[in-house]
Ligand binder design. Structure first.
Ligand code: ADP
Length: 193
């Protein structure tokens, strides 16, 4: 099974992806997580990505596409994967299509989590408070200023993918404001078709 989860920051992509990983034994490929790991490890990719991510802007397409193309080659991705946070621009979607085509692979679905943008700030504030309560460090881009930029990047650079995948007939849109289990059931219903 190969899926894309689309939606703005705070839409619940990561939460649903982790649930799908448990239920279907496929891997979650979160470009955000991969980039954060690269930043932490101080790799050349991480050094390029650090400041861009902290500002809440998008990293260059070629850099992100190369990471994903390599990651899809790993043996644990052979049974399928959920792309969380990728593609985020039309050129990334086109690159993904080429990568998959070269391997004879197809996407099963592109699932959009549609959310009320005014509620997103509140959700992210909650995530920050919960992270702090667990004694973990807060993401460098989980602050009001970077979040504003992340939402702007979503609207301008990522939202066009909704139209892109709708035209291809692979888009399924769900209400991301429903509860976590409800969204999970709606995703399962799509996948069972
Ligand atoms: P969010 O919670 O905003 O969806 P992510 O963890 O997916 O956050 O991504 C955090 C940051 O990592 C982004 O703001 C961006 O700088 C970078 N990033 C992640 N995925 C991509 C991508 N596909 N293309 C470009 N930049 C990316």
């Amino acid at each position: 099974m190969r899926l894309i989860l689309l939606g703005p920051p705070g839409a619940g992509k990561g939460t649903q992806a982790r649930r799908l990983v448990e239920r279907h034994g496929i891997v979650q490929l979160s470009t955000g997580d991969m980039l954060r790991a690269a930043v932490k490890a101080g790799t050349p990719v991480g050094r390029k990505a650090k400041d861009i991510m902290e500002r809440g802007e998008l990293c260059p397409d070629d850099l992100v596409c190369a990471i994903v193309a390599d990651r899809i080659e790993e043996p644990d991705a052979a049974h399928g994967f959920i792309l969380d946070g990728f593609p985020r621009t039309v050129p990334q979607a086109e690159a993904l299509e080429q990568t998959l085509e070269a391997k004879g692979l197809k996407l099963d679905a592109v699932i959009e989590l549609k959310v009320d943008e005014e509620k997103l700030l509140h959700r992210i504030e909650k995530r920050i408070a919960e992270t702090k309560a667990r004694g973990e460090s807060v993401r460098a881009d989980d602050n009001a200023e970077a979040l504003k930029k992340r939402l702007h990047a979503y609207r301008v650079q990522t939202a066009p993918l909704i139209e892109y995948y709708a035209k291809k007939g692979s888009l399924r849109t769900l209400n991301g404001m429903a509860s976590i289990p409800e969204v999970g059931r709606a995703i399962d219903a799509i996948l069972a078709r």
